[in-house]
Ligand binder design. Sequence first.
Ligand code: CTP
Length: 400
Amino acid sequence: MQLAHKKILLAITGSIAAYKAAFLCRLLIKQGAEVRVIMTPASQDFISSLTLSTLSKNKVHSSVSDGEAWNNHVEIGLWADAMIIAPATANTLAKMANGMADNIVLACYLSAKCPVFFAPAMDLDMWKHPSAINNIAKLESYGNILIPVGTGELASGLVGDGRMAEPEAIIDQLSTYFDAEKSLLGKKFIVTAGPTREALDPVRFIGNRSTGKMGIEIAACLANMGAKVSLILGPTHLSISHINIRTINVVSANEMYKACIAEYNDANGAIMAAAVADYKPKEISDTKIKKKSDDMSIALERTQDIAAALGKIKTKDQINVGFALETNNEESNALGKLQRKNFDFIVLNSLNDKGAGFGGNTNKVNIYTKEGKKHSYPLKSKKEVAEDICQLIFSYFKSK
Ligand code: CTP
């Protein structure tokens, strides 16, 4: 029984796929979970609350008040170990993405302190609409966990994307989550991400093209596995909001260094995905630098090497993971950094690989361990690469 004693809040919204929620409820109970069901008014046109109360062996709520009694959405939201919104309609996703609370499902969602899984269900045209795509991206950036849709026959008889995942697939994803959650629960990690900016004067800086996406995906993955994460993030338009992630925004390499030192002591490790400037202007002008001659040069000095500094103070209970982005002599450069900075793993992306590197959604990496192992992976989304890295971190702690 993979979900023994887990408290699952199943939220049903108004889609034809609501009938699958009955199967899902039955499977959850079979896996040992304790299930409470909440339904939007619209969902009751598709499936009756009597079916769900019989299957869950609990009263079903479809309104924040049932006549005289007040259904405490805060209490329901806090009770759950996980909330699953299945099916989640385009309408519900839009309201969730915007903090609306005009029914019990939305009110519980806003009160929940547990991970929230959502299983979209809609027709292909809605699924492909930029509004729906943006809302789903927004919900994921808030730390909610998407249960990918299946492809195949839609409830409406059409074939295509947008069809709600099968109950068995939802149970699998939930079980993996709880398995993984156990593994990194109680651990804390630092993740550095994004670029740094080194000021020249009040208006100019030296920076780089990193967006922080890779590091943010790693932070999200560790957080989804139950770890607490201090995300030390350089200036980027990307952000993440997740109950297990505390973001510390920094600008310069020196600020990132100070934040890392402050956070490292009680951490189980550091994953250093930031593109930290290696040099900074020797002097920062208080006033805007005026042009004078035809050419000019700026004196630079080294920044603190954060990874090397953490490598020096690392204890036997901590693990450090570094990144290397190389254009030539990739492997030997990466192995050199692994040694110099006392990393346990180094993730190498080669700029020669199409689809790897800054800005994009994909990455192709090789990971080298200090024990001399090499793990090679095909081109994947940054989210999948993050999962591979976190899996190695998990195995490392498991083998200790
Ligand atoms: N790093 C860091 N602090 C720095 C520079 C780099 O923490 N001041 C970390 C990066 O986050 C990354 C790793 O060190 O995990 C490798 O960074 P890179 O800049 O490629 O290493 P360098 O040794 O500075 O590279 P090179 O010798 O190629 O300039």
